[in-house]
Structure formats: structure tokens, C-alpha cells
Write a protein that binds this ligand. Structure first.
Ligand SMILES: Nc1ncnc2c1ncn2[C@@H]1O[C@H](COP(=O)(O)OP(=O)(O)O)[C@@H](O)[C@H]1O
Ligand SMILES: CC(=O)OP(=O)(O)O
Ligand SMILES: [Mg+2]
Length: 401
């Protein structure tokens, strides 16, 4: 029997998303999510035979990522899809920070593990969880190839003019300080899917991709290659996010230290976990923010306006970076679902050839779709991302040789 299945693990700071795919037809055999790891109220939602049977849920404390993965393995085994299956060809892992070392998907060995570990200081919320996922999966199936697919890889094509910060060159190089960019698997997948939606080859189109999830980032993709992106050394820079500030004057940090008496760790927590939408209005979920706005809540309205203002700045900036824009693609939780965000992001930009059609924008659908009026100079699209499929495809390409 040839092994054609790939298990994909996307381990976040407090969650694990997973999918088991059969790469003969890219079909999903099972998928699921473990949330609130480390809390009393952890939850595992497992969907076997996607599209077929109903989901199963387990609630109750799941202490850490190792326990989470073991619970996932048990759920898969219950459907006869256990990790011991000879049909499993590889396990693909999302790894958030690959620094400059990794420009391609990579089979994991101890040297690769050591490098991912070395990069923890620049991805403190993400790389430790990714490492635990890899180590646990390796312990469960030591004989299987484990492949790392890096968020940073797609952005390694950025020119120096976009990737370098304007700080002392020797200092920057000594500490490997530069723009790395993240969500690259999503930016790659969505820019390609957008070209496909337009019936063109990726090499022919310039796309601004807006990945708006809990973490959010924008990228400028020229003929299939990333030329700029909004996240930087770490996933803190750029857009306003669920709990992260995005761009601000770096002197805010010195001010908080000198005048506010805050420690480095306190400021790190403030900017990564208590800022963005949650810091501005107490909620990080766009659904809740829209509900509050509908009830006349001023703080929610201001948070929304700040979020949109920053988003529009990046659309304008990347318009200038690209010179010619063929499409703007909205993706991830907010981008795919929040019609008011898309409407506000494009409002009044007809001069740039950008517009959103109210009726098309209100349509709900799982597939990629255009929301710009017919004949518009720039296509505006909703293009659902599928990081797990992209990771599985890249993983399988590496092991099916
Ligand atoms: N129906 C919806 N309307 C508006 N926003 C939504 C909707 N569904 C999800 N979201 C937003 O998407 C976010 C999660 O996006 P997602 O891409 O899954 O994030 P992540 O991968 O970073 O966890 C939620 O925090 C919420 O703000
Ligand atoms: C890199 C990053 O921000 O990832 P996420 O959106 O999954 O937090
Ligand atoms: Mg995400």
C-alpha cells in the first residue's frame, strides 16, 4: 500500500488546528481544533469524514500541547485514522519563524529543531508551541518524515529596500534584525488562488493580500513573488490585530519604561496580548465589535475606525509599492466573514480603481468570489485561505519522491 495521507498540525499559542488529508485528491479525511489549552475549559472539536458525519466534542482541562496532541491522536484512532496507520506518509507542521535559514519546506532533523528553538525570542508566542507539536508527533511516530513549513518562507523574496529597517547596519546584522514577515503560507496560497479566480497565471498579476484573522498582515505580491509585507522581525508590526498593537512610534516603549516604570516583559505582554482591538474596546472578536456598534457603543466604533484607518493606509502603501494593482484579496476569519470591514476598507477609493459592490459583498459563500462591480479596474475578491491544504501539499511534494 502506498502512503498518501498527510497530517497537518498548526499549533498556536493556546490552540492546535489539525487536518488529515488524502493527497491523491486533496480530500479532508478529518479535521479539528483544540482550544484554550492550559485552561480548565479546554475544548476539542473533531470532525471526522468532513462533510459526512457530525462533529464530536470533548471538554475539560487539557494541560499542554503534548496532551492536546495525544487527545487528537485518540480521536483519529477512534475513526480508524490513527497515527499508526501505514497510509500516513508524513506529518506537516506550521512553523511561524524560520528566520533567514529556511526558504523552503524542510524535513525536520535535530539541526532544524535547534534552529527553530534558537528563533524563540523573535516568535515567543508561536515557536515554542510549534516545537512541542513537532516533538510530540516525533515521539508518536519516530519513523515518519516530519516536515516544517515556515510562515516566513514566502517573504524571503522581498528586496533589501523593503526588508531592511533604517537602523545602524552593523547592529542590525549582528542581531539579525530585519523584516521577515509571517502568514506566508496564506499569502502564497491566496495570491495564487486570486490569479486563478481572474483566469490568469500568477506571474501576470499583482495582488494586495489582506490576511485579517486574529493575527493580521498585508502583503504586496508582484507576479507571484512577495515584495513587501506588514509584519516585521516579529508578528507584532503592521495592522491593528485582535490583541496586538501593530505599528506605533517605537519611542512609546522607552516612554513606558522611563516614565511608566514598566518592565520589558510587561511591555511585551501589553503590546502583544492587551492591545489591538481588545486593548481599544475590550473585545477582539469582530462579530462582537459589530454587535456593539449596532447598539451604539462608542468605544467599539472607535476601535473599528482605528482598525480600518490602518488597513486603508496599507492598501494605499502597497498600491504605491506595486505601481499597478490587479486585485485586492480579503482572507482569514475577519476578511472572509466581515462584510462591513471590506466595505469600509474600500470606501471612497474609486480614484484608485477600487470599489466594493454592496450586493456582492453581502453574499455568503465558502468559495473564492469577486465583490467588485463588473468592469472595475481593480478586482476586489474574498478568497478563503487554506493554510492546512497548502502545508499538506508542500509536505507531500517533499516526501513523495
Ligand atoms: N462571522 C464573522 N464575522 C466577523 N468576524 C468573524 C466572523 N467569524 C470569525 N471572525 C473573526 O475572525 C477571527 C479569527 O480569525 P482566524 O483567521 O480564524 O484567526 P486565527 O487563525 O488567527 O486564530 C475572530 O477573532 C473574529 O474576529
Ligand atoms: C504569525 C501570526 O500572527 O500567526 P497567527 O495569526 O496564527 O497568530
Ligand atoms: Mg490564522
Amino acid at each position: 500500500m502506498t502512503a498518501t495521507r498527510v497530517l497537518v498540525l498548526n499549533s498556536g499559542s493556546s490552540s492546535v488546528k489539525y487536518q488529515l488529508l488524502d493527497m491523491r485528491d486533496s480530500s479532508r479525511l478529518a479535521m479539528g481544533l483544540v482550544e484554550r489549552i492550559g485552561e480548565e475549559t479546554s475544548r476539542l472539536k473533531h470532525t471526522p469524514r468532513v462533510g459526512g458525519s457530525a462533529s464530536r466534542e470533548r471538554t475539560g482541562p487539557i494541560a499542554d500541547h503534548e496532551a492536546a496532541l495525544k487527545a487528537v491522536a485518540e480521536e483519529l484512532a477512534e475513526d480508524g485514522l490513527g497515527l499508526d496507520s501505514p497510509e500516513l506518509a508524513a506529518i506537516g507542521h506550521r512553523v511561524v519563524h524560520g528566520g533567514q535559514s529556511f526558504t523552503e519546506p524542510t524535513v525536520i532533523d535535530s539541526a532544524v529543531l535547534a534552529e527553530i528553538e534558537r528563533l524563540i525570542p523573535v516568535a515567543p508566542l508561536h515557536n515554542p508551541a510549534n516545537l512541542t507539536g513537532i516533538r510530540t508527533a516525533r515521539a508518536l511516530r519516530p519513523d515518519l518524515p516530519q516536515v516544517a513549513v515556515f510562515d516566513t518562507a514566502f517573504h524571503t523574496t522581498m528586496p533589501e529596500s523593503a526588508a531592511r529597517y533604517a537602523i545602524d547596519v552593523e547592529t542590525a546584522d549582528a542581531h539579525r534584525i530585519r523584516r521577515y514577515g509571517f502568514h506566508g503560507t496564506s499569502h502564497a496560497y491566496v495570491s495564487r488562488a486570486t490569479a486563478e479566480l481572474l483566469g490568469k497565471d500568477p506571474s501576470e498579476v499583482n495582488v494586495i493580500v489582506l490576511h485579517l484573522g486574529n493575527g493580521a498582515s498585508a502583503s504586496a505580491v508582484e507576479g507571484g513573488r512577495c515584495v513587501d509585507t506588514s509584519m516585521g522581525l516579529t508578528p507584532l508590526e503592521g495592522l491593528v490585530m485582535g490583541t496586538r498593537s501593530g505599528d506605533m512610534d517605537p519611542a512609546v516603549i522607552f516612554h513606558l519604561m522611563r516614565v511608566g516604570g514598566m518592565s520589558t516583559d510587561e511591555i511585551d505582554t501589553l503590546l502583544n496580548k492587551k492591545s489591538g482591538l481588545i486593548g481599544l474596546c475590550g473585545d477582539n472578536d469582530m462579530r462582537e465589535i459589530r454587535r456593539r456598534i449596532d447598539e451604539g457603543d462608542e468605544r467599539a466604533k472607535l476601535a473599528f475606525d482605528i482598525y480600518i484607518h490602518r488597513l486603508r493606509k496599507y492598501i494605499g502603501a502597497y498600491y504605491a509599492v506595486l505601481g499597478r494593482v490587479d486585485a485586492v484579496a480579503f482572507t482569514a476569519g475577519v476578511g472572509e466573514n466581515a462584510a462591513p470591514v471590506r466595505e469600509a476598507a474600500a470606501a471612497g477609493l474609486e480614484g484608485l480603481g477600487l470599489a466594493v459592490d454592496g450586493e456582492l459583498n453581502a453574499v455568503r459563500s465558502d468559495g473564492p468570489r469577486l465583490i467588485s462591480p463588473a468592469g472595475a479596474r481593480v478586482a476586489v475578491a474574498v478568497v478563503p485561505t487554506d493554510e492546512e491544504l497548502e502545508i499538506a501539499t508542500q509536505t507531500y511534494a517533499l516526501v513523495d519522491k
